[in-house]
Design a protein. Structure first.
Length: 352
């Protein structure tokens, strides 16, 4: 069946007249899967009867001979029952159970709503399951969509967040919704009536404005070795930040600059170049960027200073740093990342 995004489903579900008998939740963003599952349960089951008509199982322990009874049991005092099977990627090893589910999907019970949950480690849907289910893709959000999600989550928790706080949360924590949910929960725990200011958000998140991983990245790409060096220590001290994450972030940025440079070499300039880079973001949805419009303009600005030989050397240097950081015998991650940023700054002076 044709796949739809989590956002599209959540918008359409309250207005839909009927529910598909089987759903397949895929993609890397498990928080969105939780929201989709909650919406399906709210749509399918009376809350007072949910305990009688909801069965949740793990694909790792489900035996093939259990499938018929699990999916064929009639609901109790309700029109439907819901069966949720998590971690269906385990069926790559448990092929007999997978075959039993595929057989069931050929003729699903009208009284059963089956939800298959594929873990984030295996984001791509399996063709035989996708062919028989309504597929919902729960992809990582763009920074703009992540900001919208933060506003919705904050409203759900009863806390009002001004725009500068929302933008700072996404820039500091990234677009991973589990991390953002944790930061919003911190802010919602403030005493009732406390206005949430940027200063309060900086203190609770532990990241000051101007000292985020993206600020460090931008300093490296601009060739500002002094600022990149000064930012490295406070950035590495932040929760969830490591040398591997910084090098990965820089590698993604270099690939984006390479895309901008290719279009620059084709004669694009100004707004046309920015729009072309933004189009690359829409098509590829690279992970770890800041606000897309802002980053498209920034990478377009960087393009003239990053000719192809410099980009090629920088990507090779980032790969070497990544390998060093992943060697268990190496412990000086700050030194490795600092050396990388200084090497890239020096390459800019040579290119000039």
């Amino acid at each position: 069946m044709r796949a739809q995004s989590a956002a599209d489903l959540l918008r359409a579900l309250p207005r839909s007249s009927d529910l598909a008998p089987a759903w397949y939740l895929t993609g890397p963003e498990d928080v969105l899967k939780e929201e989709v599952l909650r919406a399906l349960l709210d749509r399918a089951l009376d809350p007072s009867l949910r305990d009688f008509n909801l069965d949740q199982r793990s694909a790792q322990t489900l035996e093939p001979e259990e499938v018929e009874a699990l999916c064929g049991t009639l609901p109790m005092m309700s029109d439907r029952r819901v069966v949720v099977i998590r971690d269906v990627e385990a069926w790559k090893r448990r092929t007999r159970t997978r075959a039993a589910i595929v057989r069931y999907l050929e003729r699903p019970q009208p009284e059963t709503l089956l939800v298959l949950w594929q873990g984030s480690a295996e984001p791509r849907p399996e063709a035989d399951l996708a062919a028989k289910c309504a597929v919902v893709t729960c992809d990582a959000l763009s920074p703009g969509d992540a900001q919208a999600w933060v506003r919705t989550e904050a409203a759900r928790l009863g806390v009002a967040l001004p725009d500068d706080v929302v933008a700072h949360l996404v820039q500091a924590a990234g677009t991973e919704l589990a991390a953002l949910r944790g930061e919003v929960k911190k802010l919602s725990a403030l005493p009732e009536g406390t206005p949430v200011t940027l200063a309060i958000a900086e203190a609770l998140v532990g990241v000051r404005q101007g000292e985020t991983v993206l600020d460090w990245r931008d300093a490296v790409l601009r060739g500002d070795a002094a600022r990149a060096s000064a930012l490295l220590e406070p950035v590495l001290a932040q929760s969830g930040v490591s040398g591997v994450r910084l090098v990965s972030l820089l590698g993604t940025a270099l690939l984006c600059v390479r895309a901008a440079r290719a279009r620059y070499d084709d004669g694009m300039r100004g707004r046309g170049l920015v729009e072309a880079v933004f189009g690359v973001f829409r098509n590829t949805r690279p992970f770890g960027l800041g606000e897309w419009r802002r980053d498209a303009a920034f990478f377009a600005e960087c393009a003239p200073q990053w000719p192809r030989p410099r980009l090629r050397a920088a990507l090779q240097a980032a790969l070497r740093a990544d390998r060093l950081l992943k060697e268990t015998v190496v412990s000086d991650e700050r030194g490795i990342v600092l050396s990388l940023s200084l090497e890239l700054a020096a390459s800019g002076r040579r290119a000039a």
